[in-house]
Write a protein that binds this ligand. Sequence first.
Ligand SMILES: [Zn+2]
Ligand SMILES: [Zn+2]
Length: 280
Amino acid sequence: MIRPPAPLSTIFRDLVNRFRADIPALRRTGRYALLPELCVNCLGKDARQGLCSGCRSDLPINHTCCHRCGLPLILAMPRPGLICGECLKHPPAYDRAFMPWRYEFPVDRMISHYKYHRQRAFGRPLLADMAGHVEAYLAACPDQRPDLLVPAPMHRQRERQRGFNQAAEIAEAISQRTGIPWSGQRVRRVRKSAAQSGLDRQERLRNLRGVFEVNGEVPAHLAIVDDVVTTGATMRTLAWLLRKHGAERIQVWALARTPAHSGHQGFYMTGNGETGRESG
Ligand SMILES: [Zn+2]
Ligand SMILES: [Zn+2]
């Protein structure tokens, strides 16, 4: 496929962001303390943690979603405790989701620059804000505080190619802010799985059989951490395995959740039995 050339502003922004990955380290040396903090998206100057207030307020908040899996739902009057049709039909082994954004522009682009293009500057505001959102969530619901954060593991070879596991970086950022310990050793990815796209629900779950392995003690209450949850098959598999190894309460914490495919007409149910239709 031939792609049209990127506009000059995009090329310039990406160049700046490539350099920016080193800026926090440079600032700490003192010699570059006066470097302005620029927004990763618009290069505006009033940035905090790499994002200006305008771009931050444009992030797609996942406020109306399934309580259990985080799937965005369309609803005129948001209510707490909504459960989507998929979770009603096939309850996952995890109990609750915390995913502050929908995987839509510009969060999708920021995550892909962070993950696939080695532009760590794009990840910094998301990781910092995620840690802040988790802190606020736990302040409001202290009984949701897990004993351990478990980042979704990457296959060793893939992690070597990418140079980092983004799920581990997110878990570390949350851990630094909240004091909840994290471990990248508790679950390992022992086998690579075939591509998940184009597979139905059953095939996806079958495809993930034997992919993960649990090592050591599993605490009673934990949160699995990842960057994006798309179909939830990986989270379902991990949660099922962790439950088999003794976990009693499992949450899934991710930066973003992909909205349902267009044409998907699942139903949801509220706590009082009311039903409606899922998003687009
Ligand atoms: Zn901006
Ligand atoms: Zn759900």
